[in-house]
Design a protein around this ligand. Sequence first.
Ligand SMILES: Nc1ncnc2c1ncn2[C@@H]1O[C@H](COP(=O)(O)OP(=O)(O)OP(=O)(O)O)[C@@H](O)[C@H]1O
Length: 237
Amino acid sequence: MTNSALRVAGLRVRRGGRPVVRDVSFEVPRGTVAGLLGPSGCGKTTLMRAVVGVQIVEGGTVTVLGLPAGSPPLRRRIGYATQNPAIYADLTVREALRYFAAVLRAPASDVDRVIAEVGLADHAGKLVGSLSGGQHSRANLAVALLGTPELLVLDEPTVGLDPVLRDELWALFRRLAEGGATLLVSSHVMDEAARCDRLLLMREGVLLADDAPLALRERTGTPDLEQAFLHLVKAAS
Ligand SMILES: Nc1ncnc2c1ncn2[C@@H]1O[C@H](COP(=O)(O)OP(=O)(O)OP(=O)(O)O)[C@@H](O)[C@H]1O
């Protein structure tokens, strides 16, 4: 069995007639947290869509847990949280999660577990439509955790959360990785990057770097990851 949870080779994607992912290659080892970082519009969501198998690609290959992205057996092995939560507003958090657990054929006991993991135990009886933005995105994340997926693809899961909650979620991501899961997490907040095992820095559809945070700072001779990113952008232009 391969040690890579995710292998992307020469990936090219066009959207709206424009190349938005341009010859991207990288691997993510199992049991690690990979951060996908870069400015708005650089192609992070498109790359994630290719990983979960819902994006038409122009070329290259995406192999997930040893299978081509989009293979039916992968459906229950990947958890995907998009930026726009698609949870029914007129259900309570617990009802919504029970519904998704049934659809995903995840054990019923998962519902309370994932609610606790995202810190929503005190709000489990609230209607989804009455949640704050941060609570809503945590409920969305809880859906992705149902069924204990081997690969979690999380598109900006900490947007709109206060620093304490962000910290708690990153601690959760680390625990999940220690339990053997692999995480691909996008963000455009550079201070979150330091918490990843590996960073994939994207700009305009191109991968500028694929390195560990410390190695990236050392290689660019910069004091923080924000500076490292700017250094790489300048070097590439
Ligand atoms: N449905 C679409 N049709 C055409 N072009 C699109 C579509 N969705 C995204 N794009 C374009 O593809 C490019 C990459 O978008 P993508 O959503 O992958 O970026 P992103 O890095 O995830 O941005 P953000 O951080 O703002 O979510 C952008 O130029 C965007 O305008």
